[in-house]
Ligand binder design. Structure first.
Ligand code: CO
Ligand code: CO
Ligand code: CO
Length: 318
């Protein structure tokens, strides 16, 4: 719907809303640009403290995806104070606060409204050098693509809601969603990363498509190299695929080509909407192995999953 609004032009506006990037970027002076982003959603786990952590990690991620450092954050809260114990809100806020602290940012307050369903997230402000802004655009033919978290959190969350798995089995996914992309972003800073985004609701293929369009380039994805969380395929077989995955697939049908050797179900996993997913980094072949090593040294579960090819706006999976 944003495309219906007039486009604003200003030489200080480095990244606006038209490139589907993770945050807006505004140049303050020759050495500093401001990054601003906002994100919030309804609970995806029962534990309010964990939910707070996940929502905050997800909001902070958009600053990391732009190559920046978060400075300040504000809470966005919707809460049914008349029907739910207010202590639950306290736990959500504590989870968020702990992630803001971990990110080295400051919590400046926020705003809350009464609502039937709880919602939580952050608006985050960060900074980046104007020449170091990373966006969806910039990937070069031959670049390798590195993904920094395994896929499948949408399917695991659906299975958790459907009570097909318990908290214990979801632990790996929940920990992953609460994990900041700070380490990945930090490792990436020492390399010539040409494009970057984080993987969220649009799924791996959706975000790759955005990167392909923004960079007027195409991608080849090697299915065998794509990391998935444990049990994801099996749970998908049992029908635990969120509606968003089907919507993503529908939306992307003209730009994604999946080779016949990959089953429909296997393909569906690539459209799974991710909550607080990893970064997708485009980097030259020469630097890819070193970046991979640097990421893994920081404890990041990174993998090379594909490469950029000369096929603008298309993603091919084989
Ligand atoms: Co994002
Ligand atoms: Co976002
Ligand atoms: Co993005």
């Amino acid at each position: 719907m944003l495309s219906l609004l007039p486009v604003q032009k200003d030489e200080r506006l480095l990244v606006g809303s038209e490139t589907f990037d993770d945050a807006g970027v505004y140049k303050l002076d020759e050495s500093t640009a401001l990054i601003q982003t906002v994100d919030f959603f309804t609970p995806i786990v029962d534990d309010p403290y964990l939910f707070g952590q996940i929502a905050a990690a997800n909001s902070l991620s958009d600053i990391y995806a732009m190559g920046g450092k978060p400075l300040t954050a504000m809470n966005i809260v919707a809460f049914p104070a008349k029907t739910l114990d207010i202590k639950i809100l306290g736990e959500i806020l504590k989870g968020g606060f702990d992630k803001i602290q971990e990110a080295g940012a400051l919590m400046l307050g926020g705003h809350s409204v009464e609502d039937n369903e709880p919602k939580y997230g952050l608006s985050v402000t960060g900074i980046v050098h104007p020449d170091k802004v990373k966006t969806n655009a910039g990937s070069r033919v031959g670049d390798k693509l590195i993904l920094t978290k395994p896929l499948g959190t949408g399917i695991i969350s659906t299975a958790l809601k459907g009570e097909l798995i318990g908290d214990e089995e979801a632990r790996e996914a929940v920990a992953l969603m609460a994990e900041l992309n700070a380490g990945a972003a930090q490792a990436a800073q020492d390399f010539n990363v040409s494009a970057c985004t984080d993987i969220t609701g649009f799924g791996l293929l959706g975000h790759m498509y955005e990167m392909a369009c923004a960079g007027k380039i195409g991608f080849h994805l090697d299915y065998s190299q794509i990391p998935f969380l444990k049990r994801v395929k099996e749970l998908a077989e049992e029908g635990m695929v969120p509606g968003g995955a089907y919507r993503n697939r529908d939306y992307l049908k003209t730009c994604v080509e999946i080779k016949d050797s990959i089953s429909e179900l296997e393909a569906l996993l690539l459209y799974d909407p991710q909550t607080s997913g990893g970064l997708l980094l485009s980097v030259s072949t020469e630097e890819a192995e070193n970046l991979l090593r640097a990421l893994r040294e920081k404890g990041v579960r990174a993998d090379i999953i594909g490469e950029a090819v000369n096929n603008p706006g298309k993603v091919i999976v084989s």
